[in-house]
Unconditional design. Structure first.
Length: 328
């Protein structure tokens, strides 16, 4: 007791604060194994369903991972990106940034299978978070524990997707501000950017860097000049249909090659190149490029959990949708 009396009051307050806030995920109502009693087979069902699709179409991994990101950055991780538009409302799906999303049938199939086993228990938001984890692990990426307990939102607005999703032409200041608003760190920004190691992009997302970067018919000087002719051979001016691999040669495998490409100034988007303009993000890019992604897999799982915690609905908020594309 004598030792305790010597501790200043403000230190005791800090200790109490650290005890109660060390795990913000638990504080918000999410936890690993949330469905342990109510739907113990949910993760096995979702993984089996996801594997069925990915084994036949591995290119679905990237849009499904991006779907979770696009869900969380608009209204939080509430499954709002899964809702269809109605006669009176344009949903997030219809917004330009989301028109290239694919794989909704995977989430719908997983939901149907889960509903058969555990009707009315598991949210679409949680299923999407689990699918995003599973597609990464199924293409040789990391696997992480997904805290669950999210509930589904009832609102989905295309206009909110436009204002909340960071576009591929953002600079580092804009990217950091976008992530900060969602409660994510600079490290989360550079780690989650590593998701670009899989998938493709349509030409319009980056051709301004090739043909008319400053409005004078010039190219982006932050892009490797030797790489520009290769990209121009794939994307002619005005081409809106051709797709290009984000990381040539390994776009179907989840690895750290993205950072090697960015370090060589060959990242496809301006937002990729922007990672070299900040000391912290540049240091992380160079570390992963030089060590073949020594910490990337572990970091990615941590940042995905952080992202999956954005603005979640828990408890009695929202609902558990019967079908992911429609409110109950």
């Amino acid at each position: 007791m004598a030792t305790l009396k010597l501790i200043p009051v403000f230190l005791l307050l800090q200790l109490v604060i650290s005890v109660f806030f060390v795990d913000p995920i638990t504080a918000q109502g999410l936890k690993v194994g949330f469905y342990k009693k109510t739907c113990p087979s949910v993760e096995a069902i979702v993984k089996k369903t996801t594997a069925h699709f990915i084994s036949r179409a591995p290119t679905l991994a990237s849009p499904l991972l991006r779907m979770h990101f696009h869900d969380c950055f608009v209204r939080g991780c509430d499954g709002s990106v899964l809702l269809n538009s109605t006669a009176t409302n344009q949903a997030e799906k219809s917004a330009i940034p989301n028109q290239s999303l694919r794989g909704f049938q995977v989430v719908d199939a997983a939901k149907a299978a889960v509903e058969k086993a555990c009707p009315g228990v598991v949210s679409c938001a949680d299923i999407l978070a689990l699918v995003a984890r599973d597609v990464v692990s199924l293409i040789e990426g990391p696997r992480w524990e997904v805290p669950t307990g999210r509930r589904d939102g009832r609102v989905s607005l295309a206009s909110e997707a436009l204002t909340n999703l960071p576009p591929p032409f953002f600079n580092i200041t804009q990217l950091k501000a976008s992530f900060t608003r969602k409660g994510l760190s600079v490290k989360d920004l550079v780690v989650l950017s590593g998701g670009h190691t899989i998938g493709n992009s349509h030409c319009p997302s980056f051709t301004n860097r090739l043909y008319n970067f400053t409005g004078k018919g010039d190219t982006d000087t932050s892009l490797d000049s030797n790489y520009i002719p290769k990209l121009k051979s794939k994307c002619k001016p005005g081409d809106v249909t051709t797709i290009v691999e984000m990381v040539p040669g390994s776009f179907k495998t989840f690895d750290a090659d993205y950072y090697t490409l960015v370090a060589k100034r060959r990242g496809l988007f301006q937002s990729d190149a922007a990672l070299l303009t900040d000391s912290d993000t540049r240091a992380y890019v160079k570390l992963q490029a030089s060590t073949h992604g020594s910490t990337f897999f572990q970091d990615f799982g941590v940042s995905m959990v952080n992202m999956g915690n954005i603005g979640v609905l828990t408890g009695s908020a929202g609902e558990i949708r019967k079908h992911c594309a429609f409110v109950n």
